[in-house]
Design a protein around this ligand. Structure first.
Ligand code: CTP
Length: 406
C-alpha cells in the first residue's frame, strides 16, 4: 500500500507495545509517508526518541515547552497532517483525550487536532475491560475518532485476553482507509479469489496454479477506498485482508452457492477466482489405492459457469470478470465478455513471466462492454486493482451520505 505524499503524526504513549510503533514508523516511511513522531515521557522509558528520529529522519516531539520547541507546535502538529495515529494508546492517554486534558505535548495535540485520528489501544486485559476505559473509548468513537479494537492473545504481562496491539499490517490497512479518497464509500463489493479444489478422494484434489493475489488485492483496495467488501475465496496461503468479510470455500459448487446468495445485495461483482472448470464425477469415500493397474482413469464433469449463472440474476449490478489466456487474448476476452454478460473483462496473457499466476505483478488489458479497450503497462497487482476500481467508480450509482458513512 502506498502512503506517497501522506503526512502522518504517530503518537506513541507509554506501554510495552511502544516498541511495535518503531516497526510501524519504518513501514510508513518505506511506503512513502512523512512521519512525525510525538512521544509521551513514559513512552521514552520504553523506546528512545533517537530510535524514531533515526527511522523517520524527523525530529521527535517530546515536550510542550523548552529549547527548540516552537510555541505553536502543539496546535499545528495535529492540523497539518493527513492523519494522526496513536500506537499504542494507553488507558491514560485515552482518558486524557476523552476528557479534554492536555498536560503534555501529545495530549495537547489531540485537543487541537482537526485531522482524522486512529486510536490503537494496547494494554493489560483487565485495564482494557475497565468500564472507565471502555466509556472513554466510547466517547472518542462518538466524537469521530476511529478506535481499532485490540486483539485477543497472550499479553506481555502474562495474562491472556483482549489488549494486544493489532498486527502492523492491520494498523496500516486501517490508516490507509483513513487517508484514502473514499470514492467507494457505501458501495458493497463482492469479490472472488483463488483457485478451487475439486476433491477426488479424502486426500487428493484437482486444482490450478492461482495464488489468489489478484482478488485479494482488489478486496484490499476496495475496502481502503471505503467499500463494504465480501471476499469469497478458494484455498490460498494469503493473510486475510483487514476489514474484509471472509467467506472460505473449496469447490466451484461451494463458490457458486456463496456468490449466488450474496450477489442480489451487492453493487458490483469482481470475479477474480480461477474457478475449476471440471470436477471428478464422483468423490471416493476412501483414499484411492495404487492397486495393480498402470493407469488410473478419472472422469471429470463440467462445473457450472458462475458468471453465466449470475447473469440471470443481474439487475443494476456491475460485473467484472477476468480472462487469463495463452492465445488470442483480445478475441477470447471479447467472447467471454459477451457470453458471460459482463461490463468489463480484465484480460491477461499468462505466457508472460511477470504476468498472471503467483507473481506480484500483472500486465492486463481492460476490455469494456461499450467497446473501450485500455492496455495497461506492467503494474503491481495492487496497482492493477486500483485501475479496475478507477474504471468501476464512475459507473456505480453514488450512495447517499448516510449510506456512505463509516
Ligand atoms: N468463471 C466462472 N465460472 C467458471 C469458470 C470461470 O465464473 N466455471 C469466471 C472466472 O472467474 C473469470 C471468467 O469466468 O472471471 C473467465 O474465466 P476463464 O477460466 O478465463 O474462462 P472459462 O469460461 O473457463 O473459459 P475457457 O476455459 O474456455 O478459457
Amino acid at each position: 500500500m502506498s502512503f506517497a505524499d501522506k503526512r502522518i503524526l504517530l503518537g506513541v504513549s507509554g506501554g510495552i507495545a511502544a516498541y511495535k510503533a518503531a516497526e510501524l514508523a519504518r513501514r510508513l516511511v518505506t511506503a512513502g509517508a512523512t512521519v512525525k513522531v510525538v512521544m509521551t515521557k513514559s513512552a521514552a522509558e520504553f523506546v528512545t526518541p533517537m530510535t524514531f528520529a533515526a527511522l523517520t529522519g524527523q525530529t521527535v516531539g517530546t515536550a510542550l515547552f523548552g529549547p527548540g520547541v516552537h510555541p505553536l507546535e502543539h496546535i499545528w502538529l495535529g492540523q497539518q497532517v493527513d492523519a494522526v495515529v496513536l500506537v499504542p494508546a494507553t488507558a491514560n492517554l485515552i482518558g486524557k483525550a476523552a476528557n479534554g486534558i492536555g498536560d503534555d505535548l501529545l495530549s495537547t495535540i489531540l485537543i487541537a487536532a482537526t485531522r482524522p485520528v486512529l486510536v490503537c489501544p494496547a494494554m493489560n486485559c483487565e485495564m482494557y475491560e475497565n468500564p472507565a476505559v471502555q466509556e472513554n473509548l466510547a466517547r472518542l468513537r462518538e466524537r469521530g475518532m476511529w478506535v481499532l479494537e485490540p486483539e485477543a492473545g497472550a499479553l506481555a504481562c502474562g495474562a491472556v485476553g483482549y489488549g494486544r496491539l493489532p498486527e502492523t499490517d492491520s494498523i496500516l490497512a486501517a490508516l490507509g482507509r483513513l487517508v484514502a479518497v473514499r470514492d467507494l464509500a457505501g458501495q458493497r463489493l463482492l469479490v472472488t479469489a483463488g483457485p478451487t479444489h475439486e476433491d477426488l478422494d479424502p486426500v487428493r484434489y484437482v486444482t490450478n496454479r492461482s495464488s489468489g493475489k489478484m482478488g485479494y488485492a482488489v478486496a484490499r483496495a476496495a475496502w481502503r477506498r471505503g467499500a463494504d467488501v465480501a471476499l469469497v475465496t478458494g484455498p490460498t496461503s494469503l493473510p486475510d485482508p483487514f476489514g474484509v468479510e471472509m467467506i472460505r470455500v473449496r469447490s466451484a459448487l461451494d463458490m457458486l452457492g456463496e456468490v449466488v446468495k450474496r450477489f442480489p445485495s451487492c453493487d458490483a461483482l469482481v470475479m477474480a477466482a480461477a474457478v475449476g472448470d471440471y470436477r471428478p464425477e464422483s468423490l471416493a469415500e476412501r483414499k484411492i489405492k495404487r492397486g495393480s493397474t498402470a493407469a488410473l482413469q478419472v472422469t471429470l464433469v463440467q462445473n457450472p459457469d458462475i458468471l453465466k449463472e449470475i447473469s440471470a440474476l443481474k439487475e443494476s449490478q456491475i460485473t467484472i470478470g477476468f480472462a487469463a489466456e495463452t492465445h488470442d487474448l483480445i478475441e477470447e476476452a471479447n467472447r467471454k465478455l459477451t457470453e458471460k454478460n459482463l461490463d468489463l473483462i480484465v484480460a491477461n496473457d499468462v505466457n508472460q513471466p511477470d504476468s498472471g499466476f503467483a507473481v506480484d505483478t500483472n500486465e492486463v488489458t481492460l476490455v469494456a462492454a461499450d467497446g473501450e479497450v485500455v492496455s495497461l503497462p506492467l503494474l503491481t497487482k495492487d496497482e492493477v486493482a486500483d485501475k479496475i476500481l478507477d474504471w468501476l467508480v464512475p459507473r456505480l450509482t453514488p450512495k447517499s451520505p448516510e449510506d456512505a458513512g463509516d
